[in-house]
Design a protein around this ligand. Structure first.
Ligand code: GTP
Ligand code: MG
Length: 236
């Protein structure tokens, strides 16, 4: 363990974190993953049914890459060095029983203001209206210091009552900000608590689409949430 890792581990324990009472995960493994459809309007999205896990985050943060990493498919979701690649809500069905949903990123400077507003309104409406949305995975680049746009998005999700967890991406990349800077992951959590007034830090996983780090942890987390979803459905 490097000293930075040790500091991360120490900090991780120090943050008050939302504790979910999750069932033991079953059906963790991805056996099949298929593209279902792209939608530019909520009315075009597949009929509500299976639980959905939607991936959101700044343009270029690695949303599509994460979906490919989780499903073990190189090009299921389209990845690009150019930001703004994903322009629709894309549903992928996993094991014929749950959805991974790829979303257009926010904060892409080259889009016009109107276009940005349109994408933003569309994804936010989806988060508020979709009855089968189990969890939003908010992706945050772990290789750079906390960005206001990501903190703003987390604050919006919380204020709108949308359940979300944080997936830190690009853990393989060298951290920017100098050796004495707080680790980016810890700094982001601290900013949520201190600058944005969160009482607790949402659940989080550190990942790399390049190395596969965090893959089994995130799949197990999602499987537990599906277990919780199924149990809640039986009670309804
Ligand atoms: N080193 C490294 N690069 C990554 C990782 N994840 C994504 N990338 C790179 O980051 C760039 C953007 O990845 P995408 O998956 O297309 O990002 P996105 O969030 O879907 O972007 P938009 O669809 O434009 O919103 C690509 O060049 C990826 O190869 C990672 O974990 N590590
Ligand atoms: Mg994308």
């Amino acid at each position: 363990m490097t000293s930075a890792d040790a500091r991360d581990a120490g900090d991780a324990e120090a943050f008050p974190t939302v504790q979910l009472d999750l069932p033991v995960p079953t059906n963790v493994r991805v056996r099949t993953a298929e593209f279902v459809k792209s939608s530019v309007e909520i009315s075009q999205c597949p009929k509500e049914g299976p639980p959905e896990f939607a991936v959101i985050g700044r343009s270029n943060v690695g949303k599509s890459s994460l979906i490919n990493m989780l499903t073990g498919r190189k090009a299921l979701a389209q990845v690009s060095k150019e930001p703004g690649k994903t322009q629709c809500i894309n549903h992928f069905i996993i094991n014929d029983s749950w959805y991974l949903v790829d979303m257009p990123g926010y904060g892409y400077a080259k889009r016009s203001k109107d276009q940005r507003r349109e994408f933003d309104a569309f994804t936010k409406a989806y988060f508020k209206q979709r009855g089968t949305l189990a969890m939003v995975l908010l992706l945050v680049d772990g290789s750079i210091p906390p960005q206001p746009a990501d903190l703003d998005y987390a604050a919006w999700l919380a204020s709108a009552g949308v359940p979300f967890s944080i997936v830190f991406t690009k853990a393989d990349k060298k951290k920017k900000g100098g050796p004495r800077a707080l680790s980016n992951v810890a700094a982001f959590k601290r900013a949520l608590l201190e600058a944005r007034g969160f009482p607790l830090v949402p659940p989080s996983v550190v990942t790399s689409a390049a190395t596969g780090d965090g893959k089994s942890e995130l799949l197990a987390f999602v499987a537990s949430l599906r277990g919780m979803w199924e149990a809640a459905k039986k009670r309804r």
